[in-house]
Design a protein around this ligand. Structure first.
Ligand SMILES: Nc1ncnc2c1ncn2[C@@H]1O[C@H](COP(=O)(O)OP(=O)(O)OP(=O)(O)O)[C@@H](O)[C@H]1O
Length: 584
């Protein structure tokens, strides 16, 4: 896929905030609980000191013991609660991103899908969103709580001795500069690692989608190498990110040790000159020691953020792909709805700017009711006519109208609810036979379902299947034969009672008996509905009310079979040769 070349993404922190914003209060509560836990822990030494004082002065220690126990329990409860709230919030951020992405991907324009790899899109929804979990908790909260503790410690250090604070900050700033150089490497490596996961998803989808062909072609070894190469690339880049993250962590640790030694040296000199007393130096060194944990936390947050921002950028790229405008669900045509009329007026179309034109000014008009067959050599642009009617693509110029209204004026859902579309390869989805039939009309009653199963001659298939309509048909309907899949696709379209039926005929999937029966069914449907069929069989075109002959992206003739056999040499040739099979 090439979302990388779509609009540049906003900065990662803005993307992160947009994902986190709906959960900001829960996140703030989690962060607050973490701070309270830290506060409770800080109180413990004070209470312990009190307990030792009480003991040494022979006073009762019950109060101090109770206070300590209460603090320990409070610490455990608040810590557990804070951690739960933060983790839950992080999961909610992941859920939100997954919901947004999956809704968006369902609305993608087909042009965007043509340019993408489904496996890579899947990786963005599953793997990249997972990385938001850590970035929410470790990065955001770590940065917040670590940053606050850091600030408080620095303020305290300023009170103790501003000169030593200056020394410490100089070391910390030096380390910050080194970290600034390291951090982009983490980002780049994480990005490449996630891209490699995307490539792996795409390769997996490619192989699993055609595993039989891969096996039959003996291509397992080559495909295995591709999959392993992607997995190894992800490993390589993740290891590179880990190397830089380790370097960042060590830089922070090293900086603190350097700060410790420098403070000791400068502080010692100041004690020697009498500028500060020894107690001040000891207190300051303790603070340097305290600084370590929040600094590690902040550095961890920054490195984690780099991994997260690489994932955020990949999520954003998917969200920047062109999508169809949202439109409310539209009702299906009711019984007795009028059939639709379709017209193309000088339509020019190509699939992409760098591809040749597929339609060079296609013009035809199909009145409501009846069957119109589209014939022509392979690649003439027949299926593309259907894709334009469904508005999977928009023409570059010219107009397509339904009922005299340009398609651009139709609400997409309303347009598509009027149409039943049977694609050439008759896709069947994983799930039960019933799920597949009801896909386009989930509310259809049992009676309508039985009727459509009968008219498409699926009743015999249903009777044979172990669980009837509830039998699972396997991934892409592999448990059904090609002809059965085609009948399922036709039944699914008919169940919607469309005002316009688009039927892209597969060449040789049906046996003669089923073909004849379906031809009768379609002819019957054509009495009530407008039927457009991309025809590959002579029997289909002879039954059609009109035939549109297409060649190289143009309509070259329109007429009935008898008219065209006499008037159009290409049609006569098609009818006489293998382009129109004589099955049935
Ligand atoms: N999604 C796509 N992206 C780019 N080019 C495409 C796409 N779909 C089809 N084409 C090209 O458009 C041209 C017309 O394709 P179309 O499927 O409309 O032909 P057809 O007349 O239906 O052919 P057939 O009878 O073989 O199904 C072909 O050259 C094809 O390669």
């Amino acid at each position: 896929m090439s979302p990388a070349d779509v609009t540049p993404a906003p900065p990662a922190w803005r993307l992160l905030l947009s994902h986190v914003r709906p959960h900001r209060w829960a996140l703030a509560a989690g962060g607050f609980l973490s701070l309270l836990t830290g506060g409770a822990a800080l109180l413990l030494p004070l209470v312990a000191k009190g307990l030792i004082d009480d003991l040494s002065r022979d006073r009762a220690i019950t109060g101090a013991l109770l206070a300590m126990s209460a603090l320990v329990v409070a610490n455990a409860v608040l810590g557990g609660l804070g951690s739960y709230v933060l983790r839950r919030t992080a999961e909610s951020v992941v859920l939100g991103a997954r919901r947004t992405l999956s809704s968006y991907l369902l609305r993608l324009r087909i042009t965007a899908v043509d340019r993408s790899e489904p496996g890579d899109l899947m990786a963005r929804i599953t793997s990249d969103t997972t990385l938001l979990r850590e970035v929410t908790t470790d990065s955001l909260v770590g940065f917040g709580t670590g940053g606050l503790t850091l600030l408080a410690t620095v303020v305290m250090m300023g009170f103790v001795d501003p000169v030593l604070l200056g020394v410490t900050l100089a070391v910390v700033v030096g380390a910050g500069v080194v970290l600034g150089a390291i951090v982009p490497h983490i980002n780049r490596a994480s990005r490449r690692a996630q891209d490699a996961v995307g490539v792996m998803g795409a390769s997996l989808e490619r192989v699993l989608g055609a595993l039989r062909t891969v096996k039959a072609s003996g291509a397992e070894d080559r495909e295995e190498r591709t999959l392993h190469a992607a997995a190894e690339e992800s490993w390589r880049q993740s290891v590179r990110a880990a190397k830089w993250a380790a370097a960042a962590g060590n830089t922070a640790g090293l900086a603190m040790q350097v700060a410790f030694i420098t403070v000791l040296a400068v502080g010692g000199a100041r004690v020697a000159t009498g500028a500060i007393d020894i107690g001040t130096l000891v207190a300051f060194l303790l603070y340097v020691f305290y600084l370590m944990a929040p600094i590690q936390q902040v550095v961890g947050a920054v490195t984690q953020y780099q991994t997260g921002s690489a994932a955020l950028a990949r999520i954003q790229e998917a969200l920047a792909l062109p999508a169809e405008p949202p439109s409310p669900p539209a009702p299906l045509p009711g019984a007795g709805a009028e059939p639709a009329a379709v017209a193309f007026d000088d339509v020019r179309f190509r699939y992409a700017d760098d591809l040749p034109y597929v339609h060079h000014g296609v013009t035809f008009a199909v009145p409501a009711r009846g069957m119109t067959a589209f014939v022509g050599p392979s690649g003439a642009g027949k299926t593309t006519v259907f894709s334009l009617i469904e508005r999977f693509y928009d023409p570059e110029s010219g107009t397509v109208t339904l009922d005299g209204r340009p398609l651009g004026e139709w609400e997409l859902t309303r347009l598509r609810s009027a149409i039943g579309y049977v694609e050439q390869d008759a896709p069947v989805l994983s799930g039960s036979l019933r799920d597949n039939l009801l896909l386009g009309h989930p509310e259809a009653g049992g009676e309508a379902l039985d009727r459509v199963v009968r008219t498409t001659r699926l009743d015999g298939v249903v009777a044979r299947l172990p669980q009837g309509l509830d039998t699972l048909v396997g991934h892409r309907g592999t448990k059904l034969s090609g002809g059965e899949r085609q009948r399922v696709a036709i039944a699914r379209a008919l169940l919607r009672r469309p005002r316009l039926l688009l039927l892209d005929e597969a060449t040789s999937q049906l046996d003669a008996v089923n073909e004849a029966a379906l031809r009768d069914t379609v002819a019957e449907v054509a009495r009530e509905t407008t039927v457009l069929v991309v025809a590959h069989r002579l029997s289909t075109v002879t039954a059609a009310d009109r035939i549109v002959v297409m060649d190289a992206g143009r309509v070259r003739a329109v007429g009935t079979h008898h008219e065209l056999v006499a008037a159009d040499p290409l049609y006569a040739e098609l009818a006489a040769t293998q382009f129109l099979a004589t099955a049935g």
